[in-house]
Design a protein around this ligand. Structure first.
Ligand SMILES: C[S@@+](CC[C@H](N)C(=O)[O-])C[C@H]1O[C@@H](n2cnc3c(N)ncnc32)[C@H](O)[C@@H]1O
Length: 282
């Protein structure tokens, strides 16, 4: 059997009792290491759970997971995912591949950034489509996330922006030469994300300017679920100058707000930010 176990967002203690039970009884345990991270590393998790974890990077999960699936035909195999196993689209594919091979699958859920974002005070029911903001390169600058944010705002909905993570990335030269040398990991910050959103705007278009501008209210969140999480309410322009510390970061673009949401957001507002005045009331 293949058991996908969510680890939650904070630290090793956030695993559920059911997850821990399956993990302890597993023949082997893999740790997915590219869609999200815990602030503690693999060795701290191994110490807390009293067992060895095998790191499964993107290449492994997307191209070479057949070995893990073969093992799951005859023994109990755990696949650990930070957050919830379905908080990243990749793992739907893994479950499908297991099902095609007739392997029994079990999912043990946990908190995900997709629901923990509610800690900022916005109601989860009022979020629209989630977007991913990728790191731009010199010759690749996609802006489709902006269209989706604008669509959400037109419908008075908030947008959760998940920010790019680059781990085990090869430079173009190393890729071309087939050298398995990796660049240091990179995690997009709220500041970088807000600047990319503002650079994507078509300023010549009046309708766009009305829906999304430097003065649009947004929320930066970092390390949600840990003891030192940070939440900051500001404008897209001003949050670009704010440092929310170590990864992981997420950005929320605020849509129409309910009076209760306004009241809550005021607790997290940056100095000089008047939520009441900047918010689009429903
Ligand atoms: C693929 S998504 C989430 C995957 C994870 N399985 C989950 O359910 O939360 C990864 C992105 O979510 C956001 N994220 C995840 N955990 C976070 C946290 N604790 N605080 C802030 N943002 C977080 C970051 O933008 C990160 O790049």
């Amino acid at each position: 059997m293949l058991v996908l176990i969510g680890l939650g967002l904070g630290d090793p203690q956030d695993i559920t009792l059911k997850g821990l039970d399956f993990l302890k009884r597993s023949e082997k345990a893999y740790l997915e290491s590219y869609t999200s991270i815990l602030s503690c590393g693999k060795s701290e998790l191994e110490k807390a759970y009293g067992r060895q974890l095998i790191e499964a990077d993107r290449d492994y999960v997307e191209q070479q997971c057949d070995q893990m699936l073969e093992e799951a035909k005859t023994s109990l195999i755990s696949f650990l995912v930070v957050g919830d196993p379905f908080g990243a689209t990749t793992h739907t594919d893994l479950v499908l591949r297991a099902k095609q091979k007739g392997i029994e699958c079990k999912v043990i859920h946990n908190a995900s950034i997709m629901n923990a974002v509610g800690v900022c005070g916005l109601q989860l029911y009022n979020f629209g489509e989630t977007v991913s903001i990728p790191f731009w390169t010199d010759n690749w600058k996609p802006t489709s996330f902006c269209d989706k944010i604008i669509r959400n705002r037109k419908n008075k909905l908030h947008t959760l922006c998940l920010l790019d993570i680059k781990v085990k990335e090869q430079s173009e030269e190393n890729l071309v030469r087939g050298r398995k040398i990796y660049e240091p990991p990179r995690f997009m910050t709220v500041s970088q994300a807000s600047k990319q959103v503002l650079s994507s705007l078509d300023v010549s278009d009046e309708a766009t300017k009305e829906m999304l501008s430097p003065k649009t209210l947004c929320i930066g969140l970092s390390r949600v679920g840990t003891d030192n999480q940070q939440i900051l309410v500001s404008t897209l322009e001003e949050i670009g100058d704010c440092d929310l510390g170590a990864p992981l970061h997420s950005l929320v673009i605020v849509g129409g707000v309910h009076p209760l949401e306004v009241e809550y957001l005021q607790y997290y507002s940056a100095k000089g930010i008047n939520v009441e005045k900047l918010a689009d009331k429903i």
